[in-house]
Design a protein around this ligand. Structure first.
Ligand code: FE2
Length: 256
């Protein structure tokens, strides 16, 4: 499996604290059957994204773990004005494996104003946005049509493995499965932060998808699509989405 969202680099955000933590997370990934990991530290008002430092930490971890796990870097990109300015200048440091897919996050209780336009502008610059863990956003839980509109607009969606196994509660679990069923999800990733509560494992979520939706869907979400994003290719599995049907026309009554 290929994990394109995790916080495995040490001392850089709210993920791994020390190199020992990072190594334990890497060992957990290897044991779980993960072959490729993209380290995606936050870039937000809370955590400054220093690309040179991110690359140094990645190189250090890679040399310690050897070739049993392939490490790349990206970013958990918070949509704020400063970040967007930096993205306009040079998207490469933020993109997954410095290709053209970008993890886009917003917090769990709101959606930034002008989101439709912001996503559109990111796309126009040649970057392919991946909306991360929408199943945990209260507004999207209540109004999934907003998420579906972004997918129709050409954005992609990543749900978190832990949501599929119920770690975030019943609503995210139900929504994540429902949206996969409807074809609005393209990736499952760990969004791992540590070895305990949010570990670097995907197998339990993979088993849920196999059980509920079959092997082919699981392979698309955990292997084929994430590997294509890792390598900067078109995704092999993008379900056809039916256009939204217009609201029913109100019947007219004629009185003679
Ligand atoms: Fe994250």
């Amino acid at each position: 499996m290929v994990d394109l969202h995790c916080h495995i680099l040490p001392g850089i955000d709210d993920g791994a604290s020390t190199m020992e933590d990072s190594l334990a997370m890497a060992e957990s990934a290897i044991e779980d059957g993960i072959t490729h990991v993209i380290a995606t530290p936050h870039s937000s008002s809370e955590y400054y994204f220093d690309f040179a430092r991110v690359r140094r930490l990645r190189d250090d971890l890679q040399s310690r773990i050897g070739d049993r796990l392939q490490l790349a870097t990206g970013c958990d990109f918070h949509l704020n004005p400063e970040n967007l300015k930096s993205l306009r200048k040079d998207p490469s440091p933020f993109c997954l494996n410095q290709r053209d897919y970008l993890l886009v996050e917003f917090n769990e209780i709101s959606i930034p104003p002008g989101m439709d336009q912001t996503l559109h502008e990111i796309q126009l610059s040649g970057v392919r946005p991946i909306i991360t863990h929408p199943e945990r956003n209260r507004i999207l839980q209540a109004h999934p049509e907003r998420l579906k509109k972004w997918v129709r607009q050409g954005c992609f969606v990543q749900v978190t493995g832990g949501a599929l196994t119920g770690d975030f509660g019943a609503v995210p679990q139900k929504d994540a499965l429902q949206w996969i069923r409807e074809g609005f999800v393209h990736f499952v990733a760990s969004d791992a932060h540590n070895t305990r509560k949010r570990p670097l494992r995907l197998q339990p979520a993979y088993d849920v998808v196999v059980d509920q939706l079959g092997m082919e869907k699981a392979s698309a979400l955990f292997l084929d699509n994430p590997l294509a994003a890792f390598e900067g290719r078109e995704l092999p599995h993008v379900p056809e989405i039916e256009e939204e049907s217009p609201p029913p026309r109100r019947k007219r009554f004629f009185f003679f």
